[in-house]
Ligand binder design. Structure first.
Ligand code: SF4
Length: 284
């Protein structure tokens, strides 16, 4: 089974984001207390972990877990590993990162703590679209974060992109494919490409309600989806799930577990999990 840990802090709230995330300066984040809280929650949930479970994946999502002091993230990881009687020899441990909080030193610290996969939120490589999306980094900063992760020793690095962006500089299908291609050419083994969705309760949602948000047409979004698929296929990244592409063998096992319906334990603010119970309903 897998474990998902939610870290709810970000440097700034992106205008499209409806995740449970709160803006905070790194020095104001209660790094140690948050780890203590997760470990306390783990102690309460541990009795419900089936005895014969093997821990296969741990995913630190958010929010921006690359803001978390690596030693506290590592302390949390060791507690999770200790709660299972068995762990997979190739335990996959992923941390979501933003380029604004990932440099070579931070990547090396995460590697030292036992993290072996990074997922970096680039979202775009176009300056105008990055500004529209409210991102804190520029295109060079995004690519530099990927390079820093690889220099630090990470073999499994993923880049996140958002397509179907009309604001800033309207994104054509060709532009979406070119951005995906540049990310793949940066040496990643995995790309996530999500269509921009407008959610209520966000700044974009409010602007959309007032008719003031530029939105891509369905045709552009569909064309972008297939253009990205072709660009990544040409570079050897297979389309293994709606929004995810990987070099064969580098699919995110944690992600695949969600789609297969595997059990996972959720820890932290806003996390959910799905633990089967012996007396619970069974799939046919
Ligand atoms: S960095 Fe990610 S989690 Fe944080 S506000 Fe932006 S989109 Fe949401």
């Amino acid at each position: 089974m897998g474990v998902y840990v939610h870290f709810p802090y970000c440097l700034r709230k992106c205008p499209y984001c409806d995740f449970a995330s709160y803006p905070a300066e790194p020095e104001r984040i209660e790094h140690t207390q948050y780890a203590d809280a997760i470990i306390a929650e783990l102690a309460l949930r541990a009795p419900f972990i089936p005895e014969d479970s093997t821990l296969c994946t741990v995913f630190f999502g958010g929010g921006t877990p690359s803001l978390w002091e690596p030693r506290e993230l590592g302390r949390t990881l060791r507690a999770i590993i200790g709660a299972f009687s068995r762990r997979a020899a190739d335990l996959e441990v992923t941390v979501e990162c933003n380029p604004s909080s990932l440099d070579e030193r931070r990547a090396a610290e995460l590697l030292e703590q036992g993290v072996n996969r990074l997922s970096v939120g680039l979202q775009s490589l176009d300056p105008a679209r990055l500004t529209f999306l409210g991102r804190l980094h520029d295109a060079e900063g995004g690519l530099a974060a990927l390079a820093a992760a690889r220099r630090a020793g990470f073999v499994r690095v993923s880049g996140d992109l958002i397509f179907g962006v009309e604001g800033g500089r309207p994104q054509s299908a060709e532009a979406a494919a070119a951005e995906a291609g540049r990310v793949a050419d940066a040496g990643v083994t995995h790309v996530s490409a999500y269509g921009l969705t407008i959610e209520s309760g966000t700044l974009f949602g409010e602007l959309h309600r007032k008719g003031r948000l530029p939105v891509a047409t369905d045709d552009v979004i569909v064309d972008s989806f297939f253009a990205i698929e072709s660009a990544l296929a040409a570079r050897g990244l297979g389309h293994y799930e709606i929004s995810n592409y990987a070099v064969p063998g580098d699919e995110a096992r944690h992600n695949v577990g969600y789609w297969r319906g595997d059990d996972y334990l959720g820890l932290g603010c806003a996390a959910v999990g799905t633990l089967s119970r012996p007396d619970g309903p069974r799939c046919a």
